[in-house]
Design a binder for this molecule. Structure first.
Ligand SMILES: Nc1ncnc2c1ncn2[C@@H]1O[C@H](COP(=O)(O)OP(=O)(O)OP(=O)(O)O)[C@@H](O)[C@H]1O
Ligand SMILES: [Mg+2]
Length: 296
């Protein structure tokens, strides 16, 4: 990341508190792209949705992340692989505000300093996260789960009196199609297969219209067919959403990288840092990657 951008990201909060609309994009220079943005608004004019710069996370002296640098493009579908303990989940913890790094900087777009925000604030500005275990409301129907997700930002009281309008019903209908659960709309979520629960949870995340989706081992425990459908689903989101997918299932990674847009990158994490980054073929041919991960 350029020093300009990092500095801009770090300054956002200070500027917001001063109630000044900063010309953060040009870093003070008179650049052609020096449009003004509302404080705290998501600025994607550089084509980058997430910057992580020199992120270090230590647990009792052990560095789970070690000066990690990562940049995710807007609309990109990025796969992250790496051995157990490489720091993949910790990386998602940092992006979502669950874990604070000891060092480094993180920005959402080029202006929003993620490290100055709380977990709920990060979720509300458009970063959605899917944990490995599905967390749907088992006693409610599939439809009701999506309905709840749609109302989630209204607060409990407002939700109680909120009635779905035609537009919202259409959104839920479209989501049911997208996640292949149209025929199960009235079933209790507890009766769904593991894979269907995963899809429902992804649907619930999407109802909140996140710009960036973080998916930690989304196909663990899925059948081959469910895994293939999940790859199709993620590929259909590419472009309109930015996705970071962590997986050990290399067949799934293959499906994700072969479909959709060309030039997809895979990042290999090892001991808290990026060991390699490139096309799947490139990282598979990398001797260091074979040694620490793929060749096992
Ligand atoms: N809260 C914590 N306290 C202490 N150590 C932790 C904590 N969270 C993670 N770690 C350690 O940090 C390292 C990275 O863990 P992390 O869960 O990020 O790995 P991962 O790449 O997601 O692995 P896996 O593929 O097994 O899910 C591991 O050695 C782990 O034991
Ligand atoms: Mg993990």
């Amino acid at each position: 990341m350029t020093p300009d951008l990092m500095k801009a990201g770090a300054q956002t909060r200070v500027e917001r508190e001063r109630r000044v609309v900063p010309d953060v994009l040009s870093g003070g220079r008179q650049a052609s792209y020096g449009r003004r943005h509302e404080p705290g608004s998501l600025d994607l004019s550089h084509g980058v949705i997430l910057y992580l710069d020199d992120i270090t996370v230590s647990f009792d002296g052990f560095k789970a992340l070690n000066a990690l640098n990562l940049t995710i493009g807007t609309g990109e579908l990025r796969c992250i692989i790496g051995p157990n303990g490489a720091g993949k989940t910790t990386l998602m913890d940092v992006i979502t505000g669950k874990t604070r790094p000891d060092l480094g900087r993180a920005s959402f777009g080029s202006t929003i300093d993620l490290l100055s925000l709380r977990e709920n604030e990060i979720a509300s500005i458009g970063i959605g996260r899917k944990f490995q275990k599905p967390t749907v409301f088992e006693q409610l129907s599939v439809f009701e789960n999506l309905e709840l997700a749609l109302k989630a930002d209204r607060g409990v009281r407002a939700s109680m009196f909120f009635r779905l309008g035609g537009e919202q019903l259409d959104r839920i209908g479209a989501m049911l199609e997208l996640i292949h659960l149209k025929d199960s709309a009235q079933r209790n979520a507890g009766l769904l297969s593991h894979g269907q629960k995963q899809w429902l949870e992804i649907g619930m995340l999407l109802m909140q219209d996140p710009k960036l989706l973080l998916l930690d081992e989304p196909v663990a425990g899925m059948t081959d067919e469910e895994t293939e459908r999940t790859a199709e689903l993620f590929l259909s989101l590419e472009g309109s959403h930015s996705l970071v997918v962590v997986e050990h299932d290399m067949k799934f990674i293959g499906e994700l990288t072969q479909g959709g847009r060309n030039g997809k990158k895979v990042t290999v994490l090892h001991e808290g840092s990026v060991l390699a980054e490139g096309s799947l073929a490139e990282v598979q041919a990398n001797d260091k990657v074979v040694e620490v991960y793929l060749g096992r």
